[in-house]
Design a protein around this ligand. Structure first.
Ligand SMILES: [Zn+2]
Length: 115
């Protein structure tokens, strides 16, 4: 594994605690949204369940999985590094999307690959 001095984006100490706190808050929020949605889907007559509800449920599940991944990366000390190119993800991007896995460039590539 290559490592370059001064460019390691992984937060430690207080910064890591702050990131973890944010991720856990996001996790709680998503988990309760998901619980509410799942109850609604369960209770609604089948023909009234909208396609968009399923999409939302999938999105929430995916977000939760990504938050768990981000927490794991934080534990492993590789948080904030793009999974595609291994470059540091800009702090501003992490600020908006604390559990993002890719830099903007690799995200675009990953999105295209998904379609
Ligand atoms: Zn990248």
């Amino acid at each position: 594994m290559e490592s370059r001095h001064g460019t390691d984006p992984a937060p430690d100490g207080a910064a890591a605690r702050e990131v973890r706190q944010r991720l856990e808050e996001e996790r709680r929020a998503r988990a309760s949204q998901l619980a509410v949605l799942e109850q609604a889907i369960e209770r609604a007559p089948l023909e009234q369940v909208e396609e968009s509800d399923h999409t939302r449920r999938e999105n929430l599940r995916r977000s939760l999985a990504e938050i768990d991944e981000a927490l794991r990366r934080l534990e492993d000390g590789v948080y904030g590094r793009c999974e595609g190119c291994r470059e540091a993800i800009p702090a501003g991007r992490l600020e908006i999307l604390p559990y993002v896995r890719y830099c903007v460039r690799c995200q675009g590539r990953a999105n295209r690959a998904l379609r």
